[in-house]
Design a protein around this ligand. Structure first.
Ligand SMILES: [Zn+2]
Length: 469
């Protein structure tokens, strides 16, 4: 396939520019970039007529099940919010999960996002999520969560209100987790295609030693990248200070390396930061979610000075966020500027754009590299209507796209295939999706209210300790 006459976003030494370039794609890969390429006989040729072409953006930390839960958070910090969200997540049926995943895919495609890390807490509906990604062609790295210690057993002082010896049988056994993973990998793991499986530790303190050992073995045996939440809140930090650093715990079990991505990473000490740098792990900031839940501000400076790569994620949509990575990036850059008095240290637009494109490449771990428009890279491309950008200063268009424009995305290709054409998503009927969600409203409404009512008692216990910290 030949895409003619596009203005293509490419890296130059100091900046990123749009250059008039044709793109030749074969077998899902960009094979040639040059001006005035001639179509070969029988080659499909599409004239982009001066529209802009960007690499597909990546959401490096995301929970698809929350798309359908938007609006169900009430101005409370993470630990209280979690009690509701866990209860709400449990009510979702397979059909509702498919609708929630599809809704997220539609929103991401319209925003030019072509790939995500989906950190999945519910094993039962994870198959539905995988099938939905598979059929729509959306690129995803799926990280089903490994989790067998509840927060009330690890959060500081919670043992004052919930006895620590209370048995919790709601988690699968380590053997069940391993069996599940083997099955999931066999069914869906395809790093040459559009689905990659990751080892999704929930967070190091939420998994016992046996489970962390199993996580390492799965990662080693199947060569899987690792993804987890890490030191997101002050309460987690206070709790970690009483026992062992979760970063050290990852290190202890061989889970900290250059294929490990760590979401949040707000409350780190010097030793932890240095260890992350030494092991060449990647951090994923989720600025909108962190601000919404009052978790804290990601210390960009500490990561930048240690050359630790930063990627960005939306986290769950019920954390005051959306699935538009340009919005998340804008928010991240504005916060960084407000925290940094020396403007020469501000993250520039090129570095920022890399956080939602090429920095995610190693996180997702697909065989074909992504996040750049370059020969031998995956053809994950976003074509933007040229009229949605004010073309006065050609050299500053990326600046405009990040800070001033709402992009009108026309076409999206993933692995060289159109998944959206003329703003119409090809494998999801969006009107029907909306109708199906509306049709479920009466059941969802009832179940959600029931779930929210059921958490009141437990939430009060968390509240009582939270207020005493
Ligand atoms: Zn998360």
């Amino acid at each position: 396939m030949l895409l003619k006459n596009g203005k293509v976003l490419v890296d130059n030494n100091s900046d990123m520019d749009f250059k008039k370039t044709d793109i030749r794609i074969d077998d899902g890969i960009i094979i040639e970039l040059a001006e005035n390429l001639t179509p070969t006989p029988y080659e499909e040729c599409i004239d982009l007529n001066g529209d802009y072409v960007l690499p597909g953006m990546v959401n490096s930390h995301y929970h698809s099940y929350t798309n359908i839960l938007r609006g169900t958070s009430f101005g409370e910090p993470l630990e209280l919010w979690s009690v509701d969200t866990v209860a709400l997540g449990k009510i979702l049926t397979e059909t509702e999960m498919a609708l929630s995943v599809s809704l997220g895919i539609c929103e991401m495609l319209h925003a030019g996002v072509t790939a995500c890390v989906d950190h999945l807490p519910h094993l039962a509906t994870s198959y539905t999520a995988a099938k939905t990604y598979e059929t729509t062609g959306f690129k995803s790295a799926l990280a089903p969560m490994l989790h067998n210690i509840p927060d009330n057993k690890v959060l500081y002082k919670m043992d004052e209100v919930i006895p620590n010896n209370l048995e919790d049988n709601s988690f699968p056994t380590v053997e069940e987790y391993t069996h599940y993973y083997m099955n999931f990998i066999e069914k869906f793991h395809n790093p040459n295609g559009n689905l990659q499986v990751m080892v999704g530790v929930n967070s190091p303190q939420r998994a016992d030693d046996k489970l962390l050992k199993a996580a390492y073995e799965l990662s080693y045996k199947f060569n899987l990248p690792i993804h987890c939440h890490l030191l997101e809140t002050r309460w987690q930090k206070i709790s970690a200070d009483q026992t062992i650093s979760p970063v050290l715990k990852l290190e202890q079990f061989g889970l900290l390396g250059n294929r490990t991505s760590l979401a949040h990473c707000i409350w780190m000490n010097e030793d932890e930061l240095n260890l992350i740098a030494k092991r060449k792990a990647i951090v994923v900031s989720n600025p909108t979610s962190n601000c919404f839940l009052g978790s804290g501000i990601f210390p960009s400076k500490e990561y930048l000075k240690r050359n630790i790569p930063i990627a960005l994620g939306s986290d769950g949509v019920n954390c005051g966020t959306n699935n538009n990575m340009l919005d998340i990036l804008r928010f991240f850059l504005l916060i960084q500027r407000s925290q940094e008095q020396d403007y020469r240290q501000w993250i520039n637009v090129k570095e920022g754009f890399h956080m939602i494109t090429k920095n995610s490449n190693r996180i997702l771990g697909f065989h074909r590299p992504l996040g750049e428009i370059k020969a031998n890279y995956s053809a994950d491309l976003v074509v933007v209507n040229k009229n949605s950008i004010l073309n006065i200063l050609d050299n500053y268009l990326l600046n405009q796209i990040i800070f001033n424009s709402s992009l009108s995305v026309k076409h999206v290709l993933i692995n060289g295939h159109f998944v959206m054409k003329d703003s119409k998503i090809l494998k999801i009927d969006e009107e029907n999706l909306k109708r199906e969600i509306c049709a479920r409203k009466p059941y969802l409404q009832q179940d959600m209210l029931k779930a929210l009512n059921s958490t009141k008692k437990e939430k009060n216990l968390y509240k009582s300790i939270y207020q005493s910290l």
